[in-house]
Design a protein around this ligand. Structure first.
Ligand SMILES: [Zn+2]
Ligand SMILES: [Zn+2]
Length: 159
């Protein structure tokens, strides 16, 4: 449950971030994300207070790191790790200590996703990515495409 004082804290944090990072726009939405196209950080107020703060700092970190596109699933995981590192540093400035378990849970989600995407649908071998949108199995030769949207859930179809 989100109580009134936590909502106030959240609003205060947004106000401070807006002032300190005026180069970015902060807008409420249903799914938190960073959009490099219009320099906008979308935050999700309906989340529990802690997650709301962590998510906000995480997206701000993506923004400050200038994260835009990525060329492979593995690179995306690397960008996620970088963003959490910086989010933890920014958090210190605002008296917010990020919970390491939460960070690891989030990264595990990406690791699982990477693991699913890299698995050959024909023989089950885990292989390296061929390019940003496809994998090819060195074992049986099967090729499959993956969607490249940043927040897409694992999605595969055979070529
Ligand atoms: Zn992220
Ligand atoms: Zn295979």
């Amino acid at each position: 449950m989100v109580n009134a004082s936590e909502t106030d804290n959240g609003k205060r944090l947004i106000a401070r971030l807006r002032a300190d990072y005026s180069q970015f726009k902060f807008v409420p939405g249903t799914q938190e994300h960073w959009s490099p196209r219009n320099s906008t950080i979308t935050y999700c107020e309906s989340e529990p207070a802690e997650e709301f703060r962590y998510g906000l700092l995480h997206e701000l970190a993506h923004a400050l790191l200038g994260h835009d596109t990525y060329s492979s699933d593995f690179e995306l995981l690397k960008l996620e790790v970088e963003a959490w590192d910086l989010a933890a540093k920014i958090g210190k400035k605002y008296g917010i200590k990020l919970d390491n378990d939460h960070i690891q849970d989030c990264l595990d989600t990406y690791r699982d996703w990477l693991h699913r995407r890299s698995k050959c649908p024909a023989c089950g071998m885990h292989v390296l990515q061929k390019d940003s949108n496809s994998y090819q199995c060195f074992n049986c030769g099967t090729a499959w495409q993956v969607s490249s949207r940043r927040f897409a859930r694992a999605y595969r179809r055979k070529l």
